[in-house]
Design a protein around this ligand. Structure first.
Ligand code: ATP
Ligand code: MG
Length: 651
């Protein structure tokens, strides 16, 4: 099958010279050591953190029971690591650079300020009855109080659960109930782009008739007044005035819970993924240091919302635990126009930029001029996460955004993994566009066939599993351990099953081919969605593509491609475009993958984190008009009408 394996991008010389790991050989040596002597490797990484009491043993692992403990006996507090030690060493250094929704408006929070805000808010939470182990729901837009809230919970040992401030009242309610939280932190409203999310009104609706929640703390983002319920609702700015900026850090056991995060729901009912304190923080810290190759004056710009795990690990905990300045971006990449990200990069002199293929594709569509009018000379590294990055999109990121100067790290991981598992080390690993490349230290990917037989050697394709525990792995699904066992361990015990399909090429590089549930079986050939989609996106006319299977009399499964075209090509007659695109796939992959149907649409259905909802498209292509899944996960429900008009089978 035609792929992109022929192009290798060597680490940039200028970058390599100051990198933590400077050659492929050095990576390989460290990687081998991390597998041969994991206790020594992870013990060393744990020493990067400040512990009240050091761990007594590194790990206790029982795959049969899906029971994992790391840094056993260790006592620590996340905020000592993310706040106190930096506030002491470099109090005036910027911890957070807040890029507000209005272009050109910024605010700086130093580590000294951060300590003050976190401690005061921790005292507020205590005053509202929050104790160690209690859950707190955080339903906030991208404002500094969001970061303070996470850290305030961690300060006193409460378990935070952030719900993306774009989720509906129903989704919020479901998460409040599942987590059993009695305190919710929200804002009066959350400006985002040209709109504003009515976070407080949505919270009120979500909590209707629920006595479980006794306090709602409301951050005042704008002057707008909102109804406040007597006895339950409190303005946060008033509450913090009642407390001092000093609150002792709770001694937490390494295995005490740090947070619950509900996954985005691309594949079904949200799961409350639980992460614990020591292992998670060591893992976020270690991966951030190596993969983003931290340097003392870095300004890290992660465009993800803190409502997703990417925001947890690589906007909050990874950066702050390493004392790195982190950017908190309240707006969207395309508001007021497609130059916004680059404007923020220039204004804040961002050095590392971490974003998602969906954002990149939306910017590519608008043309290069928006990028080129910015300087971007502060940037030294680019990162991608969330979906397979199409090689064409990778190249644009590398050539146009990074001007060929910045390494690109394509990072594969999941909410459940806590941190990145497969990614290049930017000073060491030659990159291949579209491949997440090689495993991180201590991570052992295994490919298995449908019967669970291990596929040895290179040039193989199968179900992506992981053979050993790593510190950042989720410990359970909150309150549903049997579902945890069922979802991740039952199928290929003792392996952890990721749910993703993957190919290991002749050089041992990993290529995520898409979710296993989405794999197409055409006349006995297995096709990954990512391969076919990337073949389409490689065509100059294509902005985005989503490929699904549908029942086909002869082939078993037919291939249906939903495609959005770039503005310059919308005038091309449909039949011509469809013919061109079928030919494109035939040419790039082969006749077997040629789409039986190409449906040209103006938008694809996506989750609120920007991932394509193939599950919904598969149903439509198969002729279903009902039970299309939980439409509340759809970022833009308006796309559904067009899909139903154009996407259903012809007769
Ligand atoms: P749910 O599990 O609720 O269905 P989700 O899987 O979309 O939602 P996340 O944990 O945010 O929730 O996403 C992890 C998934 O995203 C991975 O399993 C993989 O399918 C995809 N993914 C993330 N990063 C990459 C990447 N760099 N390359 C390819 N796929 C990626
Ligand atoms: Mg998932």
């Amino acid at each position: 099958m035609a792929t992109d394996t022929d192009s290798l991008f060597q680490p940039k010389e200028a970058f390599r010279r100051t990198a933590h790991v400077q050659s492929l050989e050095e990576y390989q040596r460290l990687y081998r050591q991390s597998l041969e002597a994991p206790d020594a490797f992870w013990g060393e990484q744990a020493r990067q953190l400040t512990w009240f009491h050091p761990p007594e043993s590194i790990r206790e692992v029982n795959e049969q029971a899906a029971d994992f403990a790391w840094f056993v006996g260790g006592k620590l507090n996340v905020t000592v690591n993310c706040v106190d030690r930096h506030a002491k060493a470099r109090p005036d250094k910027a911890a957070i650079l807040w890029a507000k929704n209005t272009p050109g408006e910024y605010e700086t929070v130093t580590f000294r300020d951060l300590a003050h805000h976190v401690n005061r808010l921790a005292n507020v939470l205590k005053a509202h009855g929050v104790r160690k182990g209690d859950r707190v729901i955080v339903y906030l837009p991208m404002i500094p109080e969001l970061v303070y809230s996470l850290l305030a919970c961690a300060r006193i040992g409460a378990v935070h659960s952030v719900v993306f401030a774009g989720f509906s009242a129903d989704s919020l309610r479901e998460r409040v109930l599942d987590s059993g939280a009695k305190v919710v932190i929200t804002a009066n409203e959350g400006p985002r782009g040209p709109k504003s999310v009515a976070t407080k009104a949505i919270t009120d609706e979500a909590l209707e008739g629920l006595s479980q929640v006794t306090s709602v703390l409301v951050a005042r983002r704008t002057p707008r007044e909102v109804p406040m319920r007597e006895g339950r609702d409190h303005w946060l700015d008033v509450e913090v005035q009642k407390h001092r900026g000093v609150c002792p850090a709770e001694w937490m056991d390494a295995e005490d819970p740090l947070f619950i995060l509900y996954t985005s729901g691309s594949t079904g009912k949200p799961k409350g993924v639980l992460h614990t304190t020591g292992g998670y923080l060591v893992y976020a810290n270690t991966t951030f240091r190596y993969i983003f190759d931290t340097q003392p004056d870095d300004v890290h710009f992660c465009t993800a919302d803190v409502g997703w795990v990417t925001g947890h690990s690589y906007l909050v905990y990874g950066p702050l635990s390493t004392g790195t300045t982190t950017v908190l971006f309240e707006s969207t990449p395309t508001w007021p126009d497609a130059s916004r990200l680059w404007q923020v990069v220039d204004d804040l002199k961002a050095t590392t930029l971490y974003t998602a293929p969906t954002a990149l594709r939306s910017l590519i569509k608008e043309g290069d001029a928006f990028v080129k009018k910015s300087s971007r000379k502060s940037l030294r590294l680019l990162g991608s996460v969330g979906e397979p990055i199409n090689p064409e999109v990778w190249r644009w990121f590398h050539d146009v955004v990074g001007e060929g100067r910045c390494p690109v790290v394509d990072t594969w991981w999941q909410t459940e993994t806590g941190g990145i598992l497969i990614a290049p080390l930017p000073g060491a690993t030659p990159a291949k566009p579209g491949s997440a490349t090689l495993p991180f230290f201590g991570v052992e990917p295994v490919l298995v066939d449908e019967e669970g037989r291990k596929l040895e050697g290179n040039g193989v394709s199968g179900n992506l599993c992981l053979a050993r525990s790593w510190p950042g792995q989720a410990r359970t699904l909150y309150g549903h351990h049997s579902r945890f066992v069922e979802t991740y361990y039952a199928r290929f015990l003792p392996l952890y099953f990721t749910g993703d399909g993957c190919r290991r090429d002749e050089d041992g590089y990993y290529w995520i081919t898409g979710r296993v549930d989405d794999v197409l079986n055409v006349s006995g050939h297995r096709l990954g969605t990512a391969e076919v989609e990337s073949a389409l996106v490689a065509h100059e006319a294509v902005a985005e593509a989503a490929v699904v299977g549908f029942p086909h009399d002869l082939k078993g499964t037919g291939v249906c491609a939903f495609v959005t075209v770039k503005p310059d090509f919308v005038r091309t007659p449909d039949e011509k475009m469809v013919g061109t695109l079928r030919e494109q796939v035939r040419h790039v992959i082969g006749p077997i993958a040629t789409p039986d149907r190409v449906v040209l649409v103006s938008g694809l259905p996506k989750t609120r984190s920007g991932k394509i909802l193939r599950r919904m498209l598969r149903k439509i292509a198969g002729g279903e008009t009902e039970n299309l899944g939980d439409a509340s996960t759809l970022a833009d429900p308006a796309v559904l009408d067009e899909l139903l008009t154009k996407g259903l089978p012809p007769d």
